[in-house]
Design a protein around this ligand. Structure first.
Ligand code: ADP
Length: 667
């Protein structure tokens, strides 16, 4: 007996109608080592009353009572859910009764002549222990039920299918979503869990085979998730729901796998969004591709006639012309140049949009670029009576490294706008260094005009595409509204920035800063360009391969100016026959887009060797109306030497011809 028991006061209820027996019980219990408090009842009815209001550790019950007998009382107690341990006291020879009592829930019995202190104390202690154990198991049972209810609530609250099979493919558990899905297959209502085997479920054979395969895989201990389209009903393919199904091995207390729990989550909506997104993405890609192809074609179509218009006007302007013809031809040239700028803007803009702009990284003389700017715009500022000032701080280095063509494009755009929107006063371009790191300088270009200015309300918008400060302006000055959007993009793509200060009626300053590395003079290409600029091309045999008669004519006019008679081939095969006959061709100018056999194919045949072409390494310059970077790349990949865009710029064409025929010219 423990200290705990000795210090505890046990509450006992004695139900007996015999005064002597009661005294005997009390005397013996007092002599025991237990501390007790005893209530005594003489009748069953009294006992019931006491038990309704008190709780006891143990009840000692005499079988023979004046009102109802012990057995009936015991049964009543159990009906009332009073589970206090009951020990039955009988007279000698009443063992049969005792057995009946125990059958009905009494935990012990003894005969009255057995009563002694030790016996009583043992009965009390074991009653208390028994009841403790009983209470604990009741508690555990309650917890299990609660847990189960909680789990069930979770299982039942979901649209997802949750089900489990044992290792013999018996369906051992499932939630109501699963039941709803499968009930029609089994034609049963309140079906009994353990009765169904996977074999009995009339599933589509593919689905069943897959399920069997996956359960077997999981029974080997693997936990995995699969994405599958499945349905327990027959629905059209496109309506079959998508499920993400996870297979989990069920492990029993001894660590063995004895089943598989399966969780199928309906991901149809997610899948649909994914598919829609993919479709939208593919459509967008196709649209961009179509747009870029369309632009490439359009640019070809538009630039070909532009080539003729600009080339021929340029040649005409070199003649000695009288007024007003000279004036009219200048106007034609001016309009054609403008049109070309707009076409180029649109092409540039779509290239920027498609992320296809690339930048050079070459050494160039910044003061040369500024001189170029002056030469280009001075005629216009003179014409408008504007002062035009271009300056650079002394500390701006001579040679910088970056993209001179894009810088030209940026400055040309801003100076062009400045002149366009200024009718009197001054345009100035000032270059300075605003920041300097080890080998990097931030060059700043301020382009200031004294023109009409930009209304405050429009200032935040003018860098957006297709925006003009005022629609009247379009009518007066023309333009596409793309210039500043392109300029801003070109600046930002070179890690620079651009901003603007403007006051209506006073003028505008655009400020551009771009980082450049400091370059070296020795890297500047074409240094001796000027020395042979005047070279005469009359000794060269240049073959032009071009199907368009107008383009042939324009090219012929250009070369006539340089005293050269072009040899013309009307198509690819024509060119190949010439190259098979003549060893003296110095250069091939090759149009890329021709019917029957394209420029790319002609170049491939020339370079292939053993095709009868006498000089497979003859220099080839491609001519094309589209200016896309990919086309340039393809030209070089096809083994051609260089590329000239149409409409020709007289100087560019000349310089490239010189570059590839220099050796012969030097002789
Ligand atoms: P656009 O090709 O139509 O000139 P831009 O993008 O170059 O398009 O310019 C957008 C608009 O910004 C112009 O239409 C004009 O309203 C305004 N803008 C640009 N530069 C100037 C300037 N220097 N002075 C006044 N307004 C200007």
């Amino acid at each position: 007996m423990t200290d705990k028991n000795t210090s505890q006061v046990f509450k006992l209820l004695l139900v007996d109608d015999n005064e002597l027996d009661i005294l005997n019980f009390q005397k013996n219990i007092k002599k025991s080592d237990l501390r007790t408090k005893i209530d005594v009842c003489y009748k069953a009815s009294e006992a019931l009353e006491k038990l309704a209001n008190n709780s006891y550790d143990c009840i000692f019950l005499d079988y023979l009572l004046p009102d109802i007998d012990g057995l009936q009382l015991l049964m009543k107690l159990r009906d009332m859910s009073i589970n206090t341990p009951v020990s039955v006291m009988t007279s000698q020879g009443d063992e049969k009764i005792a057995v009946e009592m125990i059958r009905n829930g009494a935990f012990d019995y003894f005969t009255k002549n057995e009563i002694n202190p030790d016996k009583l104390s043992k009965v009390v202690i074991s009653a208390v222990r028994l009841w403790d154990a009983e209470r604990q198991s009741l508690f555990a049972e309650k917890q299990i039920i609660e847990n189960n209810n909680r789990l069930n609530a979770i299982l039942e609250s979901t649209r997802n299918l949750i089900y489990a099979f044992d290792k013999n493919f018996n369906l051992i558990s499932f939630n109501s979503s699963f039941k709803e899905n499968i009930e029609h297959l089994l034609k049963l209502n309140g079906f009994v869990k353990t009765d169904i085997n996977l074999a009995d479920i009339p599933l589509h054979s593919d689905l069943k085979d897959e399920l069997v395969k996956n359960i077997q895989r999981c029974l080997l201990g693997e936990q995995f998730t699969i994405l599958q389209q499945m349905s327990f009903r027959s629905v059209p393919d496109h309506e079959t729901p998508w499920y993400e199904t996870t297979f989990n091995p069920i492990i029993n207390g001894s660590g063995d796998i004895n089943g598989v729990s399966i969780f199928s989550q309906d991901v149809t909506d997610k899948k649909k969004i994914e598919q829609d997104l993919l479709k939208a993405k593919n459509e967008a890609i196709a649209a961009v591709k179509a747009k870029s192809e369309f632009l490439s074609n359009m640019s070809h179509e538009i630039r070909t006639p532009m080539n003729a218009i600009i080339g021929l006007t340029e040649l005409l302007l070199e003649e000695e012309l009288k007024m007003p013809i000279l004036e009219n031809i200048r106007s034609i040239k001016y309009s054609a140049d403008n049109l070309l700028v707009i076409i180029n803007d649109i092409l540039d803009f779509s290239k920027i949009e498609a992320g296809k702009v690339t930048f050079e990284h070459i050494d160039f003389d910044i003061r040369n670029s500024l001189e170029e700017l002056r030469k280009t715009f001075e005629p216009r500022t003179n014409e408008k009576g504007l002062t035009f000032e271009i300056s650079a701080d002394k500390n701006v280095p001579e040679i910088i490294k970056g993209d001179p063509f894009r810088l030209n494009q940026i400055l040309f755009n801003l100076v062009g706008n400045a002149i366009k929107f200024t009718s009197q006063g001054k345009i100035s371009v000032h270059t300075s260094i605003i920041k300097e790191f080890s080998n990097t300088i931030f060059l700043n270009f301020n382009i200031t005009d004294s023109g009409i200015g930009i209304p405050l309300s429009q200032q935040s918008k003018i860098f957006e595409s297709f925006t003009q400060a005022n629609t009247d302006i379009t009518r007066i000055y023309g333009g596409s509204g793309l210039g500043l959007a392109i300029t801003k993009n070109l600046v930002q793509l070179q890690n620079g920035n651009i901003h603007m200060i403007s006051k209506e009626g006073v003028g505008t300053t655009f400020s551009v800063s771009i980082p450049y590395a400091i370059g070296e003079y020795k890297n500047i290409a074409d240094k001796h360009k000027k020395s042979i600029e005047l070279a005469n091309l009359s000794d060269l045999n240049i073959l032009l391969v071009e199907d368009n008669l107008m383009n042939q004519f324009v090219a012929k006019q250009f070369f006539k100016k340089w005293e050269n008679d072009l040899i013309i081939a009307n198509h690819g095969n024509d060119a190949l026959s010439i190259l098979k006959e003549r060893a003296d061709i110095d250069l091939v100018l090759l149009d890329l887009q021709m019917p029957e056999i394209s420029g790319f194919e002609v170049a491939a045949i020339i370079r292939a060797g053993e095709t009868g072409v006498i000089n497979p390494s003859v220099p080839i310059i491609a001519l094309s109306a589209d200016a896309f970077i990919e086309t340039r790349r393809k030209v070089i990949e096809a083994g051609m030497n260089d590329y000239v865009t149409k409409p020709f710029k007289s100087e560019e064409l000349y310089n490239k011809v010189i570059k590839y025929t220099r050796k012969k010219l030097a002789n």
